[in-house]
Design a protein around this ligand. Structure first.
Ligand code: ZN
Ligand code: ZN
Length: 350
């Protein structure tokens, strides 16, 4: 079977379009015909040379993949013909972390577009352990649109579940980009009253119709001022003053300071975004407030069915926050993602 792909030969260079034959999948692997592959900031980090891929280039990037299984190894034939979302992080299933139910943190995990060729291609080979079936599409959706479930929806879902978000909770989401948008929606679908915080009003505005009970434009505000605004909203929403659940999704030092500033009595702070920057915090606030803090990485494949259900039931809406771009325009699409002028997630369609 032939495939075409847009390959990174080395960072900071234009991608090379290649056509070659797909190798036979191993017994536990499948060949997925890509319907859509999202562009994530992680891809830009690899491409711009800020972060090294685990497999050295040449490598096809892309880890937010939805598609259809068109071939399968001997142990994976049940997947033939199925529409799937591919988990962005595929655990080994055998190590100590996998054995304790923490497969999302598996040290031998495989990530398409990082450990092996990913989805900026017509086809990708994927271990069957990383597949989640899409049995029906919501009205108005194409399979490609579900590509963002692979990472942008499942990553916050895992964090929201781990934080134990429940009916009536006050949830604050700091940073409403690709991941935070879905943190807002998933928390709202769990019955929480959600306050969305960002420095870009254009990112906040659409969330008022999709999960946010209130929004705070944090541009120019100190963490203390943001906390005061959140307190005011919490009180007018009749939400609890204690036990806030805070999700840092901006992956910026300023966002982390803002999120930490929201930690009060018995709060839970989840760090979902990544930055290399360091912040100056009084960690003893956690002690003084009897608060919890944790970091969340990815999502185990077992939880993907729940993420897909949230989308097919309409509890989480994707379309206002994504746009499809033909994969032949990948170069300009990457530039647009880098510039960030349009907040909608780009999904490349081959
Ligand atoms: Zn990603
Ligand atoms: Zn493992």
């Amino acid at each position: 079977m032939e495939r075409h792909a847009w390959r990174m030969d080395e960072p900071q260079q234009p991608l090379t379009r290649v056509e070659d034959a797909i190798p036979e999948p191993d017994a536990d692997e499948t060949v997925v015909a890509v319907a859509g592959c999202g562009i994530c900031h992680t891809d830009l980090g690899f491409l711009d040379g800020h972060v090294a891929t685990r497999k050295e280039p040449p490598l096809v990037l892309g880890h937010e993949i939805a598609g259809t299984v068109v071939a399968a190894g001997a142990d994976a034939t049940a997947w033939n013909g199925k529409q799937v979302v591919v988990a962005a992080v595929i655990p080994c299933g055998e190590c100590d972390l996998c054995g304790t139910g923490r497969g999302n943190a598996c040290s031998r995990q495989v990530m398409p577009g990082n450990d092996r060729d990913g989805g900026f291609a017509s086809h990708v080979i994927v271990p069957a352990a990383g597949l989640a079936e899409v049995s029906e599409l919501p009205t108005g959706y194409e399979l490609a649109d579900l590509a963002v479930v692979a990472d942008a929806v499942t990553t916050p879902l895992q964090a929201v579940r781990r934080a134990g978000v429940d009916e009536g909770d006050l949830v604050a989401v700091v940073g409403t980009g690709g991941v935070g948008t879905y943190a807002v929606q998933v928390a709202a679908a769990s019955g929480a009253r959600v306050i969305a915080i960002d420095i870009d009003p254009a990112r906040l505005e659409p969330l008022t119709a999709h999960g946010a009970a209130a929004v705070v434009d944090a541009s120019g505000l100190s963490p203390r001022e943001v906390r005061d605004r959140v307190r005011e909203h919490a009180s007018s929403l009749g939400a609890p003053r204690i036990g806030w659940k805070i999700f840092e999704c901006s992956g910026t030092a300023a966002g982390q300071e803002t999120a930490f500033g929201l930690v009060g009595p018995t709060a839970t702070l989840a760090i979902v975004g990544f930055t290399r920057a360091k912040v100056h915090l009084r960690l003893s606030n956690l002690m003084a407030f009897d608060a919890d803090a944790f970091g969340s990485w990815g999502c185990p494949p077992e939880r993907y069915a729940e993420a897909i259900d949230l989308v097919t039931s309409g509890a989480v809406t994707l379309l206002p926050f994504t746009r499809r771009v033909d994969m032949t325009e990948i170069a300009s699409a990457l530039d647009e993602a880098r510039a960030g002028s349009d907040p909608r997630r780009i999904i490349l369609t081959p």
